[in-house]
Unconditional design. Sequence first.
Length: 69
Amino acid sequence: MSNGLPYIKNKRLFQAVSFSLAMQRNGVHPDLADSKAAEYYGCITPMVASYTEAAPAWMRGKGDPPDAD
């Protein structure tokens, strides 16, 4: 089963996206989460935002994940 994100080759960008999504699940506004994660991992904020916006809603803390069959 796919995790819902497209493949991210750049390790630091992947870490920033994962960090931002974790913050969003904890209630942080997406814009703030993206900018904090980008700054922390040394990435460009719009690049992080493009991946977090493409993530399914359940990865951002909205709704339940699909059933794993």
